[in-house]
Ligand binder design. Structure first.
Ligand SMILES: [Ca+2]
Ligand SMILES: [Ca+2]
Length: 305
């Protein structure tokens, strides 16, 4: 399943960025940008997609290069989630440099240092203490060397905010998961990362009808709406190739159920239902619109409020 970055739908994932627990970023600037081919602008670290990256344009490995995020006003940050390297594909990731040590500087001049493992996975770091800031400057201090290319990139950064909303934290499980490939994994938890091109895809023989995904909160919560991004929503051509949900039954922890209709749309959608107190919601798909190429049902994002 090729996650192409060639066709971008600007604004598509804006609502993902607004999910609670992740700070809103208004712009990104960088010390330099790789310009020989492709688009590796600084804004690519904040576009809600793991398959697009900022890459520095210095000679050599780009040590000392930085990308600076300007927040939408002053916000309190508790940590950072980083997709280091060029996540266009796992092959690209291994061929280009990945950042290792990062120095993070806030608007008050204070700093945090984090060290990334050399692994094709998002990495979360909790700051030594919460910090109020209007900017976050991320400087590359050392790298894990690529096999072919010696420029260093960062595909995505999420700035994490302290949250007391119990609906922000959940574990996800599913009836099946498609196996990982060169574009990454298709595990259930990909619906909860606010990243539009990380997908849960079921891995059954059929078209996805009868398959399910479940979110568990570990405590009682009140829910009355479901927000989702339906299908392989990375790009419109890819979305057309994969299966999309058209209906589902929601099952709550007391065994009660509610049937919903899901729009066959690539846009984020919110579906409301009667307020229910539950510790989990299981979404069992009852209708599927078939894609042109892949017979897997996928969701890019899913949450309840
Ligand atoms: Ca990106
Ligand atoms: Ca996702």
């Amino acid at each position: 399943m090729k996650i192409s970055t060639l066709v971008l739908l600007s604004g598509l994932f804006a609502s993902s960025q607004a999910f609670a627990g992740i700070a809103k970023v208004s712009k990104a600037e960088a010390s330099s940008t790789y310009t020989e081919e492709g688009n590796y602008n600084a804004s690519r670290v904040m576009d809600g997609k793991q398959g697009t990256s900022w890459v520095e344009g210095e000679d050599g490995s780009g040590l000392g290069s930085w990308v600076e995020l300007t927040l939408d006003g002053e916000q309190t940050l508790s940590g950072i989630r980083v997709w280091g390297g060029d996540w266009y594909s796992e092959e690209y990731w291994s061929r280009a440099n990945r950042p290792k040590d990062l120095e993070i500087t806030f608007s008050d001049g204070s700093t945090e240092k984090v060290t990334l493992e050399d692994a094709f996975k998002p990495q979360v770091f909790t700051f030594s203490k919460p910090v109020k800031t209007t900017t976050v400057k991320i400087k590359i201090k050392s790298v894990h060397a690529g096999s072919t290319w010696f420029d260093t990139g960062i595909s995505e950064v999420q700035l994490l905010t302290p949250t007391k909303n119990p609906l922000d934290t959940f574990t996800a499980s599913a009836s099946s998961e498609a196996p990982a490939d060169g574009d990454g994994s298709y595990v259930a938890r990909n619906v909860g990362d606010a990243i539009g091109d990380s997908l849960w895809c079921e891995g059954s023989e059929g078209d996805g009808t009868g398959e399910w995904i479940q979110l568990d909160y570990g405590k009682s919560v009140d829910v009355s709406s479901m927000t989702l991004i339906n299908g392989m929503a990375s790009t419109f051509p890819l979305w057309m190739k994969g299966n999309r949900a058209t209906g589902a039954t929601l099952t709550f922890s007391d065994g009660s159920t509610h049937d919903v209709t899901i729009a066959n749309s690539i846009k984020p959608q919110t579906i409301t239902f009667p307020k229910t107190t539950t510790s989990s919601v299981k979404v069992t798909f009852t209708g599927v619109a078939k894609g042109k190429e892949y017979n897997d049902l996928c969701l890019a994002e899913l949450r309840f409020d």
